[in-house]
Design a protein around this ligand. Structure first.
Ligand SMILES: C[S@@+](CC[C@H](N)C(=O)[O-])C[C@H]1O[C@@H](n2cnc3c(N)ncnc32)[C@H](O)[C@@H]1O
Length: 329
């Protein structure tokens, strides 16, 4: 692929983080072109380590470039993972969060306020204003006016506050595996029930061997691998799918019911699954044909049949103005 700056190659193969981010922002320029003026954008983008053990600062380079290209940055959200990937490092901390950036095209935009339950300590302060110790060690308390407001909220069952920026969401798998050879897709249950064969564990060499690789190879450990109906034992899931719940708040906050959401890096189609649950239409794009196939299958398996059949198109489509969503009057 040839980029607007003349560089040739796949996204992610660039020699520098700056060039990678520049190409990413070129794609988001196109997203901006088709997004309604009142539309909003949420981007989950994580960092990686360079050769000198330093993080490259990709999220930071990205948000500065996006602001320079005219996007308005409204929030930096922390997607916190209670069950992060174990890391075999001893000279730094295990990372258990990723950034999510919330951008808009213009100062006035569509936003449905989202709520979360009031913290327990606030309720206690309302109930026992002068006796409860706060997190800072000082005796807390509310004046009588705030106490009455808090009581009203509690009695009306509305113990809610504006949703905050740390979203704690457990990671999980897509629940589907695809045979790399014949591209047949299996649900987790079907996958677990496939006949198995013994395969000697061999590290792929694509990343430094982890503790498990070393232990298994060191012991000459054999693994039981499922066998597809075509005879192959090579399966792909999606290596970097995010949880459906991570899409729920952005969809609810950023689009009305019946509106349309777009994911230009759809992977296993997580945004499509969330959109289907919430009664939104979804446009999903991915460069990988097997992922497109898996995403279409995964979304069709979602129990709520809110929409018609899902079309998966792998041919190039001519650029046109997309109506991302209608704002209700
Ligand atoms: C981090 S994954 C996204 C995962 C997705 N959020 C999910 O839940 O499954 C990034 C995806 O971008 C796709 N991709 C990479 N370069 C692309 C490009 N130039 N155009 C479209 N998709 C691309 C990859 O195939 C991959 O599936």
């Amino acid at each position: 692929m040839v980029w607007v700056d003349g560089w040739k190659g796949q996204l992610g193969q660039e020699e520098t983080p700056e060039l990678f981010v520049s190409h990413l922002c070129d794609i988001f320029d196109e997203v901006k072109r088709v997004l309604k003026p009142e539309g909003v954008l949420f981007v989950n983008i994580d960092d990686s380590y360079g050769d000198n053990k330093s993080l490259m600062g990709i999220p930071e380079i990205f948000l500065l470039q996006m602001i320079n290209r005219g996007w308005i940055l409204r929030n930096k959200i922390v997607y916190a993972k209670p069950n992060p990937m174990p890391e075999s490092v001893k000279d730094r901390f295990t990372c258990d969060w990723e950034p999510v950036f919330f951008f808009t095209k213009q100062e006035k935009y569509y936003f449905e306020q989202q709520f979360e339950p009031m913290a327990e300590s606030n309720l206690q302060r309302a109930l026992y204003p002068s006796y409860v110790k706060t997190d800072t060690g000082v005796y807390g308390g509310m004046d009588i006016a705030n106490q009455m407001k808090a009581f009203e909220r509690i009695l009306s069952g509305n113990n809610q506050r504006n949703k905050r920026c740390v979203w704690t969401i457990a990671t999980g798998s897509t629940g589907f595996e695809m045979c790399q050879s014949c591209q047949r897709i299996y649900s987790s249950a079907e996958f677990d029930n496939l006949p198995k064969k013994v395969v000697h564990h061999k590290h792929s060499g694509k990343r430094p061997p982890g503790k498990i690789d070393q232990a298994l190879e060191g012991r000459g450990q054999d693994l039981l691998r499922p066998i597809c109906h075509c005879g192959s034992s090579d399966f792909i899931s999606h290596y970097a799918s995010f949880p459906v719940e991570l899409c729920i708040t952005p969809i609810l906050a950023g689009s009305p019911e019946g509106g349309t959401v777009l994911d230009p890096f759809a992977g296993s189609g997580t945004l499509g699954v969330a959109a289907r649950r919430l009664g939104r239409k979804a446009i999903l794009i991915d460069v990988s044909e097997p992922y497109v196939k898996m995403a279409a299958y995964r979304i069709q398996m979602e129990p709520l049949p809110l929409f018609g059949t899902i079309e998966s198109k792998t041919q190039e489509v001519a650029p046109k103005q997309l109506s991302l969503f209608e704002i209700p009057h």
